[in-house]
Write a protein of this length. Structure first.
Length: 88
């Protein structure tokens, strides 16, 4: 697993420590961040696990550098989202 991941500003979950909840929120909003990473990552069954991780990291860097929606940021496992779900 990567030391960092990308998320959107409005996602109230940490993608590293709360992946299932993060993923459900991400897909419900139509971001499909994992699919976005997969489309940009140049991978192959012939790559080593380390090379695959580098390719995924490069894809995340590309998303962050383009940041077409202005909504993506890089986080680590200590990240605490600034937004909370409205439970009312």
């Amino acid at each position: 697993m990567s030391d960092t991941m990308i998320t959107t500003l409005d996602n109230p979950y940490n993608p590293i420590t709360q992946f299932n909840e993060w993923y459900a929120f991400d897909t419900s909003k139509g971001y499909n961040t994992c699919s976005y990473i997969a489309r940009l990552a140049i991978t192959s069954n012939e790559l080593s696990e380390a090379d695959e991780a580098i390719a995924i990291g490069d894809a995340m860097k590309r998303i962050l550098s383009m940041n077409l929606t202005g909504n993506y940021l890089e986080v680590d496992e200590d990240y605490v989202p600034r937004i909370e779900l409205d439970t009312k």
